[in-house]
Design a protein around this ligand. Structure first.
Ligand code: UN1
Length: 517
């Protein structure tokens, strides 16, 4: 490893962050391909707002080479028995458990998550490994009655090929692992293009998977990492050898990716923007509701795709709900995410803060009233970092700014009188990821979960919109992209289905009674 980010140019905080990141990577057994400052990709830490490293930049050519290696590795990996593939994932999970703190530290340094949430992200990786291990012994097709005597009709599932994974900064490692653990037990190989904002976390986690593969005697080409930007992403999306492209990011990114993959008849799995809402009804337990709302709206500094962005509150309780939330927001500890007790860390970069400020200005122009937060917060020793106070805005209507996802902690509050009105308002946004209702009334809860209720991929009762477990299928409808990752039967997207008809009779009866001579 050559240190090309000159120590003199770093502030004391950035020096400390760089040293901590490099030490964590060393413990993870990872080598950082550092590049000259003007040649590579700059890695910033949101904790200092400054560059802490410069990493090699892979372009289209390197991406195509990685896909070629993964395609070659597929020809052997696909024939390894699924339970044996599961053992590699089991080992990967063990390594993740052993290095949980190291990887979480990198996630905190690069994505700005508080330590507890960063540890939670790594736990989510361990959980999906457990899940995928079980899957490796339970993937199964079915047998269907044949209309012909002496015939068997059945379905079998086979590996698909190379899976391309494009992941976002806010879950820099967990989302890759959902895709990778499942894809690998399904017999696919993976090429990963992580967010250019979180390359060190990616390098650290990929090193652990490499170790699990190599220890078991398999080639590390089964899983490839591409350290690139737009050019690398475009090459991955366009490559015909990528059978499934799984991408997490903005609605704009998804709208660019989908036509390219569809145009080459590839498959895509998209997990895009969310504009998640909670309906709060008069019977809600307001202590529990307040806690659920604050975690989902202000947690991760509003930077989850599942972050709660809209509250639709019954007009009879809105003043009480708002007063409780404002009180809770006023007491939110904002600051260095490594410090015990901090609940809100920095935004990923200054661009996020600018977009938040623009959205707040637009909300005000629409008649919105900012009840708490919204401003930048200065944190000692980190003058270049971007910390903000999570905001609550009372809106007279669901205007354009509310219908758009702003990836920052802004919670819009609107009111309703009849549940039908609340559900209509809830669904009247382009996105359809996650949703909640807070109620103790079973009829209201069931209506929200019914076909005439929330139109989202995730609909909860008496918990917030974020923090899903890996066992369920994760994803959403409408402009969220329609994909499902992680648990349940999401594995089917990573495999191809074959329908087999086997004739074990001495006759050749044709289906549909056709007589052919
Ligand atoms: C994301 O923000 O892209 O449900 C994923 C949650 C997490 C995953 C979020 N388990 O909030």
């Amino acid at each position: 490893m050559t240190a090309t980010t000159s120590a003199q140019s770093l502030s004391p905080l950035s020096t400390e962050l760089r040293a901590a990141a490099l030490a964590a990577l060393e413990r993870l057994g990872a080598t950082v391909p550092e590049a000259a400052e003007d040649a590579g990709i700059a890695v910033h830490s949101p904790l200092s707002g400054e560059r802490i490293a410069t990493v090699r930049r892979d372009g289209a050519e390197e991406t195509r080479a990685a896909v070629g290696q993964a395609a070659e590795a597929f020809t052997t990996w696909r024939s390894v028995p699924a339970p044996a593939r599961g053992h590699v994932i089991k080992r990967f999970g063990e390594l993740l458990a052993e290095h949980k703190a190291d990887l979480a530290e990198l996630v905190t340094i690069e994505a700005g998550k508080i330590t507890s949430e960063a540890l939670g992200e790594v736990q989510e990786m361990i959980d999906i490994c457990d899940y995928a291990l079980g899957l490796s012994r339970s993937i199964s097709g079915r047998t269907v009655p044949s209309e012909r005597p002496g015939h068997r009709l059945m379905e079998t599932w086979h590996p698909l090929g190379v899976v391309g994974v494009i992941s976002a900064f806010n879950f820099p490692v967990a989302v890759w692992s959902w895709n990778t653990a499942v894809a690998l037990v399904c017999g696919d190989t993976v090429v990963w293009k992580p967010s250019e904002k979180t390359l060190l976390s990616a390098i650290g986690s990929a090193a652990l998977l490499d170790r699990a593969l190599v220890e078991a005697g398999y080639p590390s080409e089964i899983s490839r990492l591409v350290l690139g930007e737009l050019e690398a992403g475009e090459a991955l999306v366009a490559d015909e050898r990528v059978a499934l492209l799984s991408a997490t990011g903005s609605e704009r990114m998804g709208a660019a990716v989908a036509p390219v993959v569809a145009g080459r008849m590839g498959r895509y799995l998209l997990e895009l923007g969310g504009n998640n809402a909670a309906v709060i009804t008069p019977s809600a337990d307001l202590d529990l509701t307040t806690r659920g709302v604050v975690f989902s709206a202000a947690g991760t500094a509003g930077q989850r795709c599942t972050t709660l962005r809209r509250l639709i509150v019954h007009s009879s309780i809105v003043d009480d709900v708002v007063a409780r939330l404002v009180r809770a927001y006023e007491g939110l500890p904002i600051g260095d995410p490594r410090t015990d007790g901090t609940l809100v860390g920095p935004l990923v970069d200054a661009g996020s803060a600018e977009r938040m400020a623009r959205s707040l200005a637009e909300a005000r122009a629409d008649g919105g009233e900012v009840l708490v937060g919204g401003g930048e917060v200065t944190v000692d020793g980190a003058p270049e970092a971007t910390y903000v106070a999570p905001a609550i805005v009372r809106m007279p209507a669901q205007t354009a700014v509310v219908r758009r996802e702003t990836f920052a902690p802004v919670l819009y509050v609107m009111t309703y009188d009849e549940l039908d009105e609340a559900i209509a308002l809830h669904n009247d946004v382009p996105q359809g990821l996650s949703s909640s209702i807070f109620t103790l009334d079973a009829r209201e809860a069931e209506r929200f979960l019914s076909e005439a209720g929330s139109d989202c991929g995730i609909a909860n009762v008496n918990i917030g919109t974020s923090g899903a477990e890996i066992g369920g299928a994760f994803g959403g409808e409408k402009s969220t992209g329609g994909g499902r990752e992680s648990g349940s039967d999401a594995w089917k997207q990573y495999m191809r289905r074959a329908t087999n008809t086997i004739n074990y009779s001495t006759e050749l009866p044709l289906a549909q009674g056709v007589n052919f001579g």
